[in-house]
Write a protein that binds this ligand. Sequence first.
Ligand code: DQA
Length: 147
Amino acid sequence: MTKVLVLNGPNLNLLGKREPEVYGSGTLAEIEAQVFALGAAWECEVVFAQSNHEGELIDLLHAAMEDTDAVVFNPGAYTHTSYALRDAVSSIGLPVVEVHMSNVSARESFRRQSVIAPACAGQISGFGANSYMLGLKAALDLVKDAS
Ligand code: DQA
């Protein structure tokens, strides 16, 4: 069975409370439940994780090399700053789909650049919680196309 890691970076644990005018009122646990339901419908195993710590995100990406087929990754603000996460994405040899709830191109100028996206298969941005569902679909299609 295809296995996908859905990985979340800093501050995403606060979804629901955090800037609801930008990110909506849904929680990360609700997104997790939706992603699991979709994974079950598409017969894939989903592992869902969140960390506020760059090194832990790197460790989770490394661990994914063992048994995971693809990654859906919302790196939060590390998107715009973390060469270490970009190198981790480049190093693991798995297809990674970068996702964002907000439309990062329509916000502050510092959000318009992702240092991680060039190492990813692609980026999905601006569809709220649905960005994760679209990311899961893209990740599964990449795995299917590669097999
Ligand atoms: C985000 C966009 C980032 O710029 C921001 O730092 C986040 C959330 C999003 O999902 O829209 O933490 O990744």
